[in-house]
Design a protein around this ligand. Structure first.
Ligand code: SF4
Ligand code: SF4
Length: 210
């Protein structure tokens, strides 16, 4: 009998706790975000459409293998290697680096194993499209235009709100210094041979020379 009443008590108190939270939100002031006139509030760890630094990519397939839904497609003409001095990869050309955003679930797993840290979850939150095919983004084609992230449709408009102009300018400024290097990822380059370390002469060698 005691357990019976305890259960009733618990049911009533838990409902009251839930209703208190509901009531608090019910009476709170309604906030309407005036997007696109004002920017959306993105949290620091927001995962948007990727930002890809093709000039550092060695096309190793690690990101594609980590992707749980196989929506990254990579093709190259030969092995690529990062040059430690310039931090730019060379070797075979990257002929395709594409992500199908109709499938991508923005889990970020592809960014974890990248040995050159060239694929990142970006801050582009809007990739609306008129058809599903447009969601297959060819990053190699973007690189030809000097872009590192897929441009949203609103970027094609002539008049943009100030925050969107700022976003566009920030993306352009980030890509500008590496535009030439981005294009080098699309053509084959010779991997420089590693220099052999100079061998030290031993005492025995000196005797022979004498
Ligand atoms: S993005 Fe990184 S992990 Fe993916 S192929 Fe390029 S170097 Fe490899
Ligand atoms: S974010 Fe996740 S689903 Fe999207 S490409 Fe990367 S690993 Fe695949």
């Amino acid at each position: 009998m005691r357990a019976y009443f305890r259960n009733i008590y618990k049911a009533i108190t838990t409902i009251m706790i839930g209703m208190r939270i509901t009531l608090r939100y019910n009476l709170a002031k309604t906030v309407t975000v005036q997007y696109p006139d004002v920017p959306p509030t993105l949290q620091p760890r927001f995962r948007g459409f990727h930002y890809y630094e093709i000039e550092k990519c060695i096309a190793c397939d690690m990101c594609a293998k980590a992707c749980p839904i196989d929506c990254i497609y990579i093709e190259k003409t030969g092995p690529r290697k990062i040059d430690k001095a310039s931090n730019v990869a060379n070797g075979g050309a990257i002929t395709r680096y594409a992500i199908d955003y109709a499938k991508c679930m923005f889990c970020g797993l592809c960014t974890e194993p990248c040995p050159t840290e060239c694929i990142h979850m970006g801050d582009n939150h809007d990739l609306s499209a008129y058809d599903r095919g447009s969601l297959l983004i060819e990053f190699t084609e973007l690189a030809r235009d000097g872009l590192q992230t897929p441009p949203p449709l609103w970027l094609q408009r002539k008049r943009l709100p100030a925050w969107a102009e700022d976003t566009r300018r920030r993306w352009e400024e980030r890509a500008a210094p590496v535009r030439e290097k981005m294009l080098t990822a699309l053509v084959e380059t010779e991997i420089p041979k590693a220099k052999k370390p100079a061998t030290k002469k031993t005492d025995g060698d000196e005797t022979k020379d004498a």
